[in-house]
Design a protein around this ligand. Sequence first.
Ligand SMILES: *Cc1c(COP(=O)(O)O)cnc(C)c1O
Length: 390
Amino acid sequence: MKPSRRLQALSSAIFTEMNKRKRKLEQQGMKVIDLGIGSPDQPPAAHLIEALVNGVQNPDNYRYPTSEGSLEFRRTVTDWYAYRFGVQLNADDEVLSLMGSQDGLAHLALAWIDEGDVVLVPDPGYPIYAASVTLAGGEIYTMPLTAQNGYLPDLEAIPTEIRQRAKMMVLNYPNNPLAATADVDFFRQVVEFAKEYEIIVAHDMAYSELAFDLYKPVSFLEVEGAKEIGIEFNSLSKSFNLAGCRIAYVVGNAEIIRPLAVVKSNIDYGVFLAVQQVAIEAMRSDINGHFGNSIAKTYESRRDVLVDGLSEIGWNVDKPRATMFVWAKIPEGWSSEDFAFTLLERAGIVVIPGNAFGVEGEGYVRIALVEEENVLREVVQRIKESGIVG
Ligand SMILES: *Cc1c(COP(=O)(O)O)cnc(C)c1O
């Protein structure tokens, strides 16, 4: 028996191989430091855990939730979007709760893409963007994101025939794995382009709150006209260290969101009400100034420890101004995979080879800032001793 051909779209051989080799080294007694997966290592704030405990103890929370999310949840999202971005949304049909943005991103193509429809996807890119299109039977057209183009897609370079056939474009800023950011000017160009060719824009903003040096990421929906063609995914996972709770949402154009809500109402019945209440507490307390960007500050200090440390040992990498990743150009003479596997063997450090995110990622590795500063200092020391750079 063989699983479906569709399944091949889902598993990345590189991630599996890295894990296998990591486990083998651990069995041999090596203490491996894993900067591979982008999963927050810190717990949520104490008052959020308390909100979850209270929610779990409330007997009213155990009926089926509705898949669009409670009205209170949707209203809090609209309040937070107004507070954070100055974007006005209607809680009735412009907000949909999700079991993580992964849920929404994975199902969006099922809601909109038929065989032969083209989706414009960034390369490198977060794997589900391309995988979801393949699952739905659509066609992927990759938009290369390179250092030369500032990690922004070159819209002019997209052939006319593709523009006309394209039904959707996926964007992601601040970006995983590139840690690149986009400004309002770029989003304006996207809106103009998408309107001209009638392309749906799906912007993934999972890192909207993880920004450094006073930089504040902008929402795609801040641009005039964006809501006519676009939606935006946002998540509590990274912004509030709630990744394990599985709570996120999509906002924007009601016509674009509705088919996604139909798909989801057939597949799941929504997010546990106690979890929605944690999200409400997180957004409300943020509006009331109780967070003060403390999570971003943690990643910012870690970034400085790692990037400054690497620079001291002769490996110069760009300092990102957002996300929890460093996108590091590797020394000449290595392929991304050889470099990552050798770093694992010699130094016991897991990073992800850039080509795991698309062919344009070759020549880079992604390093996740998911360990504390003293561990990152050890990472620098181990890299130095391995002699792999400098
Ligand atoms: C982590 C991540 C997600 C998934 O977030 P969830 O809301 O936890 O599903 C989506 N997009 C990007 C770019 C991410 O890095």
